[in-house]
Structures are given as C-alpha cells and as structure tokens.
Design a binder for this molecule. Structure first.
Ligand SMILES: NC(=O)c1ccc[n+]([C@@H]2O[C@H](COP(=O)([O-])OP(=O)(O)OC[C@H]3O[C@@H](n4cnc5c(N)ncnc54)[C@H](O)[C@@H]3O)[C@@H](O)[C@H]2O)c1
Length: 444
C-alpha cells in the first residue's frame, strides 16, 4: 500500500527523470512523532487586529517559539497573520506586503495560518474584505509547494480566547495533509474553550467510541486518541472481532462487536457505554463501506447498505446517545464524510449521498447541541488504505496525484484531524467540515 511513485522520484535517477519530464515530485511530508515539539522552528506572527496582542502568549503556552520581528537572515517554519483588522478591500494589500517577501524564506513543510473574522458576523465593507481572505488562502495553498499547508481560520467576535487547540493542530505536522481549508471558531454556540492542562495528553480521562476501529483509518483513530490519553471503546462487525480485540488489548481499550445497522445497535451501544464507562466523551462515526456502480446498474441492496452503514446508523446512534444523555458535558461527535460527498464521483451516487448526508447531520445538529457538546466532520480525500488499494491502478494514480501535494494521505492524517476536534480545547470548534485531502483539485 506504499506510494511507489513517490519512492521512485525520491531516488537520484527518479529525481532527474521527474525534473526533465516535468512530472510531479512529491515532497515527503513531515508527520508528528509522539513527544516531539509541536513546531520545529520559528513562527513569525504578523498583521494587526483583534488577536495580535494575545497571539505570542497563546503560542508560548503551546511551547512554540515565535517572533513578531522578521530578521533578514532568518527562515521560518510557520507564518501566522492576523487579518481581523482588515475592514475594507484596500486593506487587503497588507497580505501581499507581509507574505510576498517571505515566500522564499520558508523551511520545508511550512505552515501558513491566516486569522480572519467570520464574514457572517460582520457587515458591509468588512464582510466583503473578510470573505476575500478565502480566495487568497486557497490559492496560496496551491502554490506554496514543498509540502506546505495554508489555512484560513475565521474567529467570531467573542471567541478570541478559544484559538489554541486549532493553532496547535494547524501549525504542527499533525495537519500534514490538510490544506486550503476554512475553519470557523465560535460560529455556533459556545465561544469559550475548556482548559487543556497537558497538550501532550489532551484527552486524559476521556472515553472515546470509535466505529469501524479494527483496521484502516479507524485503527489509526483508535491509536491517536489512545496516544492523546483517551480510553478507546472500539466497535466493529462480528467478523472482525479477533482483529478488534487484539488492537483494543494493545491499547488497553474496550471492544464491542456489533453491526451498527442492527435495529438495536444504538441501544446496545448506549447501554455498553453507560454501564461499562459511565458514559462517553468522544463519538467517532468512522465505519463506512462502498458499493460502487453507475446509477443505471445500481441494485437496491447496494444503495440501501451504503446509506444504512454510512448515514442512517451514525444518525440513529447520535440521536440515541444525545437523547439518553450518554454523551457527557463538553462531549464531541465526529463524522467521517468524504470528498465524494462534496464533489461527487462517477459510480458513487449512493456513497456520495451518504457522505453529503453526514455533512447534513453536522449542519443540522451544530446549533442544537448544548452543554459544550460539538459536532464536526472530516472529509478525507485519497487516503492510502485497503479500501483505496482495491481501486484500479490508473484511477488510483490520478486520485493520488490530483492534489496540491501530489500524493495520497495516510490514515494517521485523518486521525490527527479527529483528535483536534476531540480536544477539550475545541469547544468553540463546532459545525465544521474539514477536508483531509492535500487540497485536492476536485470540488470546492
Ligand atoms: N480510504 C479513503 O481514501 C477514504 C476516503 C474518504 C472517506 N473514507 C471513509 O473513512 C472511513 C474508513 O475508511 P477505511 O478506508 O479505513 O475503510 P476500511 O474498509 O478499511 O474500514 C472500515 C471499517 O468499518 C467496519 N464496518 C463496515 N461496516 C460496518 C458495520 N455495519 N458495523 C460496524 N463496523 C462496520 C469494517 O469492518 C472496517 O473495519 C469510511 O467511513 C470511509 O468511507 C475513506
């Protein structure tokens, strides 16, 4: 399941061939190693707005080295620009003035984060100027290169003190395969964040339910949540019981073998969590299937099974856990959508409908949840797993290269994004759908 093309173009002869033939030459992405600092290098902070004064303190609390004074001979690992002070379009030139001279002074796999004000929370010229930031960051993401990522974080007025968990994710190698994204903080409900006493184990004392946990992306979600301190309760079909049990033993977790589409699955899960763990803090709806066919050849059972596993089951389980108050205060509900649910895909009308429905679940519940509970989703692009290994070679190659990083992502990339949503510090991160797709050229 490794990326053989990337291996080849990293060799001396492959490098030369790729250069001469104009082929993509993907940069090996840096990924987070347990215990490593969040940022290896200096973060340069620029701009002028509501967040400028507090930014150095927030970064300092995260153990990140930052400066507000660019030095001629320095290179930077990350740039954070506070654009919340831009209230009319003429002020947008501040972006060009700050970023242009710095673009050749970035380390490998650099990070860029632009902070803006949620456009819907302001009016007139300010709304126009703030909305413009989206085009800037999405374009810079496509041109930054060398494994770099660029994001826009809209911070609603009142949510200024809730940005730390998001910066910790977006500035670190945990966001290796996330780029060109727009995140909203404080746009729905809560605007404050719960404290995070230890940023290396933010989920200490939390109980996390992960469906489809026996392999692939689900296995990595279980591993990352465990690394961050959570007790993981893994769910998978009875056929996967031995793999699930072995993994949960390794992670000192708990397991529940059931088909999530079973009529009594929501009640069984609720009962298991209440009696065995006193409830649950984090619910990750990862289990999913594909049954691809063009619509002309789509039999009813292929349609029904995909909608059943990917959408109806997460919705029923979520509603049961909320109705019976099994999810604790400051709880987290996290869906796994897909780029197919945003851009559509040939042969996937059933799958794309189910994944767009997961986004609908986020949108419909984000304003209704209370007690500090949030609901968000990740939308993975091409992730190298058993599911995508089954895709024919040519389609797989196109799928892997058609993004700003010219490579597929790893299951851990999806898991890290989920761990960010799961953090107690992410109370104000609600109602978001974040793509983990290397900024794929398809879709928005
Ligand atoms: N791999 C990708 O590129 C990609 C891209 C976008 C979205 N996704 C989504 O990510 C999630 C994980 O994908 P993956 O690639 O790891 O797939 P996978 O097939 O490797 O793993 C899916 C897991 O879900 C379990 N599962 C399936 N039906 C179930 C049911 N009825 N009850 C309980 N468990 C069930 C399976 O047994 C399996 O362990 C899925 O929701 C998938 O749609 C994957």
């Amino acid at each position: 399941m490794s990326d053989r093309y990337q291996g080849f173009v990293s060799s001396p002869i492959g490098k030369m061939l790729a250069k001469n033939l104009g082929l993509p030459s993907p940069t090996p992405l840096e990924r987070y190693a347990e215990g490593a600092p969040l940022v290896r290098g200096t973060v340069l902070v620029g701009g002028d707005g509501r967040l400028t004064v507090q930014l150095p303190g927030v970064l300092d609390d995260l153990g990140v080295n930052s400066t507000t004074e660019p030095a001629d001979d320095e290179t930077y690992k990350a740039l954070v620009f506070d654009a919340t002070g831009i209230t009319e379009t003429t002020g947008l030139v501040a972006l060009q003035e700050f970023f242009s001279p710095l673009m050749r002074r970035l380390d490998t796999c650099p990070r860029v984060v632009v902070l803006g004000t949620t456009p819907e929370s302001v009016e007139g010229s300010e709304r126009v100027a703030q909305r413009a930031l989206e085009g800037f960051t999405r374009s810079l993401g496509k041109e930054i290169g060398r494994g770099g990522t660029v994001q826009l974080v809209y911070v609603s007025p009142g949510a200024e003190a809730a940005i730390a968990s998001t910066l910790a994710f977006l500035l670190s190698p945990k966001s290796a395969y996330v780029s060109g994204q727009v995140v909203r903080i404080g746009a729905h409900g809560e605007q404050e964040a719960a404290p995070v006493p230890d940023w290396t184990r933010p989920l200490e004392g939390k109980v996390a339910l992960v469906t489809g946990a026996s392999r692939g992306i689900g296995e990595q979600i279980a591993r990352v949540l465990h690394r961050d301190g959570a007790k993981v309760v893994g769910v998978d079909v009875p056929q996967a019981a031995s793999e699930l049990q072995a993994l949960m033993r390794e992670l000192d977790g708990d397991h529940l073998s059931l088909d999530i589409t079973a009529k009594d699955a929501p009640q069984r899960i609720a009962h298991h969590l209440k009696t065995g763990h006193g409830g649950v803090d984090i619910v990750v709806h990862n289990a999913g299937i594909t049954r691809d066919r063009k619509l002309a050849n789509m039999a009813e059972d292929r349609w029904a099974s995909v909608i059943g596993v990917n959408l109806t089951a997460p919705e029923r389980i979520t509603r049961a856990l909320l109705d019976e108050a099994v999810i604790g205060d400051n709880g987290r509900i996290i869906g796994v959508a897909s780029i197919a649910g945003i851009a559509g895909n040939v042969g996937q009308t059933n799958y794309a409908a189910s994944k767009a429905g997961v986004i609908g679940l986020v949108e419909s519940l984000a304003d209704d949840v209370d007690r500090g509970i949030t609901i968000n989703a990740v939308a993975p692009g091409f992730i190298i797993t058993a599911m995508t290994a089954a895709v024919p070679f040519a389609t797989r190659e196109v799928g892997q290269r058609l993004n700003a990083m010219s490579q597929g992502g790893l299951p851990v990339d999806v898991a890290e994004a989920i761990a960010w949503f799961a953090s107690p510090g992410s109370t104000a991160v609600n109602g978001n759908v974040v793509r983990v797709c290397g900024q794929m050229m398809l879709g928005a």
